[in-house]
Design a protein around this ligand. Sequence first.
Ligand code: TYD
Length: 195
Amino acid sequence: MFITVEGPEGSGKSSQLPALAEYLRQQGHAVSTTREPGGTEIGNQVRAVLMSLQNTAMNARTEALLFCAARAQLVEQVIRPRLAAGEIVLSDRYADSTLAYQGYGRGCDLGQLRCLLDFATGGLWPDLTLLMDVPVEEGLRRKRSGGGEWNRLDAWEVALHQRIRQGFLEIAHANPERWIIVDASQSPEMVQLAL
Ligand code: TYD
């Protein structure tokens, strides 16, 4: 089973993911976790180009292609083999982030992006996706005060982050059989209970 966790900046997904993986292991499942962009040696090199604060001139289509390049490597090298071995794969972000960020956020055509994503993933879409939803201001405030990495994408204007959040919500509402929306503005303990 392939599960992805998505959300706008500062939704707390990366800190909730280990607890979710642990819970699934306690239920007797073999679980692998991955994160995007990255998760492979080649993917991590692509990640460095994407995140660098020097690359402010990056075109939206260049960005979409680079995220997809890193993902293609991750799917073939890690995700498909683990799924074939019967494991649950839990990924911190996946293809829906490209639709929300490069599509709804930066204006790439959604239909073209879906074709590109099918090409990059060989048609592998998650069985289940959790959307950790948080208001944009709250998410950015958490990120700023969290002391973690502040990358090129975090520095985008607030209106762009608003479009990304709305994009995630729109995709989730259009596919209720795959998506579960979690209110991630609650305390970490409450979010964990909701999961
Ligand atoms: P990261 O530091 O991993 O942040 P987060 O904890 O928010 O996942 O940075 C990944 C950034 O890349 C994040 O701003 C979301 C963005 N992103 C895209 O724009 N498109 C994509 O396809 C993916 C996977 C991520």
